[in-house]
Design a protein around this ligand. Sequence first.
Ligand code: SAH
Length: 208
Amino acid sequence: MMASLIEHGIRSPAVLQAMAGVPREEFVLDGDRERAYADRALPIDAPGQTISQPLMVAVVVEALELHRGDRALDVGTGSGYQAAVMAACGAHVVSIERVGSLAETAADRLRRLGYDVEVIAGDGTLGVPERAPFDAIAVGAAAPRLPVALARQLVPGGRLVVPISNGPNGEELTRLRVINGRWVTESLGPCRFVPLIGADGYEGADTG
Ligand code: SAH
């Protein structure tokens, strides 16, 4: 897995070290442990949800430009894997997940493995105002448009990395930075994520 990350252009020593250190097999279903380090997305314990492929996690976390001690928000905890990689880069991580059972399992797992991640169950499309501001925010599901509430919870110089829908062609991984009080966005390339469901996301059925 590490050779593949380097081959695909991941350069940050902190991100490579974090990816090498987080035990991915702890975040996948029991039957998938042998496949844990293949560069592919794998199912997690909720219908239609996945743990992102390692390269996509590395691309997103590298784009966050985390520094030791940064306050970071991860929207869409899923298995907790990406939150763990962010914490392994030295960030204090808050992670929010709309599916209650996933939030609970991920919180237990992250605590057991010793990662500095606070997991909250709820809709992350409006951010976590009571924990804001953040130096960096990652969204692990595809938004229909720029989630403005998240951008507003960034410090000056803060970074938001979010897949934004590009019509039927999938999504565009987008980075927004707060520079001199303005929002500056850039495209980091095409990607595919499950939909972000919530108040400023797509509509979806209620979950527990
Ligand atoms: N990064 C995760 C995978 C994320 S999959 C990992 O490493 O395992 C996307 C997750 O986003 C799913 O668990 C889904 O339930 C969650 N999600 C979707 N909409 C959300 C919202 N509005 N707020 C919080 N989580 C959301």
